[in-house]
Structure formats: structure tokens, C-alpha cells
Design a protein around this ligand. Structure first.
Ligand code: ARG
Length: 395
């Protein structure tokens, strides 16, 4: 009997080429799965494309709700920014996509799991490790296994009449509800400024002359309303994304350390993530003690690192989730953001769990803080440092 592979299929260059390779070079039947994580593709078109490539069956799965509740919300709670910049949009979606593929793999009784990742990126790690966590089936990754490069892929695609969209010719793009990653082409020179046409979500010209204010309401670490209006999670993220993008907020351009050791120049559009993480971490600082704040930032960094590195299924990630969840009990309140010509600033916050006390902090009259107590405190606080400095001088 013919072997059967299941492939996570986006309809883009890589995965289209992989379908043909699986059929021709591996002599396999192919089942494709497209998982909707908010990439706003034309799913009918993708399905038609898969059929045209001769797949045995194509599935389209709407996983947006799950993506927000089980992946994006935990990332907000963890203020997740890999290397302080990247909101992990792609990294969060991969384990979800892989899990969906595994579900259908069982139903379709396939003999192999396939993906379109190269051997140079992070996605291969995320797919492979999520597959390993849920299945013993062999993994096929033709682009990696056959060491294909983009030029060869484009040539192969042309030969097989595979259509390539215009943006895909200039850049390699991956997008979902949480962010849009743009790579390749002129961006491969880290000294080249990204051209305006790399951006779709964030306005770069003719920005509004008046600031836009967004007041985000959080309940236990989760955003639930904007400017007094409750919204379902998908709509809320979409709304903040559009508002902030229209004010020029949310472009990230940084040098990123990939899991496989390569340094890469990465450009992202992540307006909603920029706003919601900034607001969330600001609110946390108001309700957490300084000890919680200090320790949690270590945990947040570790969480982001694990997720970036494809270790979504590692027990440590689960352990950290439990700690983070515990810290969110008091993260309720509102944060007011001001967006203006590409800048994002927190300009107000309030919470019933606030540890901020005006009576203690004020420099004005009526302060409840007994300044005299500070003298002795400062002495003890710096005792060892003072002693060390004295010794140093003597030498
Ligand atoms: N560097 C980012 C990551 O590893 C984004 C990669 C997106 N591009 C892609 N072709 N998948 O998560």
C-alpha cells in the first residue's frame, strides 16, 4: 500500500513545493491541513490550491479561539518578549498547528508527519518536538532533508506550475492574530532600512496628528475590554491591532538568536502585542510587591525562551505556567495608553489591588511616611558596600 503523509499546509511557496516533493520523490499520498490562527488567508483558495496539487484530502481548521485563550493569553500573562523584543507570534502558533495536525493524523491513519521547514529556522524545532511529544511516526521535512534553497524552490515551483504571490517573491512572511514576521530579500542585510512596502499592519506615512487613547481593562491578567467596551478575545486583539497600527505603533526590527545558532535580522509588525504587553506589565508593577516583580521577570524571560526554543511541551514550561497563573490573581484593573505618531506610552493606571499609596509616596503635606526611619535603614542597607569601599581605599 502507498505510504501517506500529513502536511501542515499554508499554501505558500515552501509547503506547496513540499506537496509535490512528497508525491514525486517520496512516492506518497498527501493529506494537507491548514490551521487558521488568524492569518486572514483565503481558505477557499488554499483548499483549491491543495486540490490542484493533487492532495488526497484537505482539512481547514479554525483554531483562532484556542490560539487566543491557550497561547496568546498565557503569553500576555508572561509579558512574553524573546530577547526583550519579539512577541513570539510564530513561536506560539507552531505547537498549536502541530497538535491539530496530530489529531487529524490519527483519523487519517497516516504513516508519516511532514512539514515545510528548512534546517535553518526555529519552526523545525517547534514542529519536530511537538510531533515527538504526541506521536512516534517518522517526520519528513523535504526542504531540510534535501537541503533545498529558495532559488531551487522557486525554480521547482515554476516547473510545476505552482503560483507564487507577489509579496512572497520579495519577502518571506508569516502572520497570525498576534503578529506578522517579515524576513528575507533586502532585509537580509541588517543595515538596510526596511522598505515601506514590507509593512501592511503598521502605517508608516501620513500618521494622524491627534493622539489615540486606549484604556485596556484586565481581569486576572487577561484583557477584557477597551475604552469601556467589552469585546470577545479575538475581536479585542484585532481592534487594538488596527488602532495601534494606524498610529504607526508596533514595528520591531532586531537581531535575533535562533535556536540553531544563526543570528538573524528580524522585522515584525506587532501592534496589539506591543500595547497589551506594555499595559499588562505596567499593571503588574502596580499590584505586585517588588519581590514578586523581580522574580517574575526571571520567570517571564525563561518562559519566553522555552517557547521560542520549541519547548512548549517541556514540563518546566508547565511548572512556570502554574507560577505565572498564581501571580495573576491580583492583575485586575485598567491601563491607559497614549498612541501618537509611532510612539506608545502608558499615561495612567488604576486597580483595586494597587499597592501604590498616595499617603506614603507624596512629597506634599500630610505624608504618612516617617522620613527619620530612613536614615538607619540606609545605613544598614549599604553596610557591606560601605565597608568594602573603605577597605579598597586602605589598599
Ligand atoms: N523569527 C521568528 C520565529 O522564529 C519568526 C519566523 C517567521 N518566519 C517564518 N518563515 N516562519 O519565531
Amino acid at each position: 500500500m502507498k505510504q501517506k503523509a500529513i502536511l501542515a499546509f499554508s499554501g505558500g511557496l515552501d509547503t506547496s513545493v513540499v506537496v509535490k516533493y512528497l508525491q514525486e520523490k517520496y512516492n506518497m499520498d498527501v493529506v494537507t491541513v491548514t490551521v487558521d490562527v488568524g492569518q486572514e488567508d483565503d481558505y477557499k483558495k488554499i483548499s483549491a490550491k491543495a486540490k490542484k496539487l493533487g492532495v488526497k484530502k484537505h482539512y481547514n481548521i479554525d483554531a483562532r479561539k484556542e490560539f487566543v485563550s491557550d497561547y496568546i493569553f498565557p503569553a500576555i500573562k508572561a509579558n512574553a518578549l524573546y530577547q526583550k523584543k519579539y512577541c513570539l507570534a510564530t513561536a506560539l502558533a507552531r505547537p498549536l498547528i502541530a497538535r491539530k495536525v496530530l489529531q487529524i493524523a490519527k483519523k487519517e491513519k497516516v504513516t508519516s508527519l511532514a512539514h515545510g521547514c528548512s534546517g535553518k529556522g526555529n519552526d523545525q524545532v517547534r514542529f519536530d518536538l511537538t510531533f515527538h511529544a504526541g506521536s512516534n511516526l517518522p517526520i519528513i521535512a523535504p526542504i531540510r532533508d534535501l537541503n533545498l534553497d529558495r532559488t531551487e524552490e522557486l525554480k521547482f515551483a515554476k516547473k510545476h506550475g505552482i503560483e507564487i504571490e507577489n509579496v512572497a517573491k520579495k519577502f518571506s512572511v508569516d502572520q497570525n492574530l498576534w503578529g506578522r514576521a517579515i524576513e528575507g530579500g533586502v532585509l537580509e542585510n541588517p543595515n538596510n532600512e526596511p522598505p515601506d512596502d514590507a509593512f501592511i499592519w503598521v502605517k508608516t506615512k501620513n500618521l494622524p496628528n491627534k493622539p489615540v487613547y486606549l484604556t485596556i481593562k484586565f481581569e486576572k491578567g487577561i484583557p477584557v475590554a477597551v475604552n469601556g467596551k467589552s469585546m470577545n478575545p479575538i475581536k479585542l486583539i484585532d481592534y487594538v491591532n488596527k488602532k495601534a497600527g494606524s498610529c504607526g505603533v508596533g514595528i520591531i526590527d532586531h537581531i535575533e538568536d535562533r535556536v540553531v545558532g544563526i543570528k538573524s535580522r528580524e522585522v515584525y509588525e506587532t501592534p496589539a502585542a506591543a500595547c497589551l504587553i506594555e499595559a499588562h506589565s505596567d499593571l503588574e508593577k502596580m499590584v505586585h510587591t517588588k519581590h514578586e516583580t523581580k522574580f517574575k521577570s526571571l520567570v517571564d524571560d525563561e518562559w519566553s525562551w522555552l517557547v521560542y526554543s520549541g519547548l512548549w511541551e517541556d514540563p518546566l514550561k508547565n511548572d512556570l505556567d502554574m507560577f505565572i497563573e498564581q501571580t495573576q490573581k491580583r492583575v485586575s484593573g485598567t491601563v491607559k495608553l497614549k498612541l501618537f505618531k509611532g510612539s506608545l506610552r502608558v499615561v495612567g493606571r488604576e486597580s483595586k489591588y494597587s499597592l501604590y499609596s498616595h499617603k506614603i509616596a507624596t512629597y506634599g503635606k500630610g505624608s504618612k511616611f516617617d522620613q527619620k526611619l530612613a536614615k538607619g535603614f540606609v545605613e544598614l542597607w549599604g553596610m557591606q558596600s560601605t565597608e568594602a569601599n573603605k577597605l579598597q581605599k586602605k589598599k
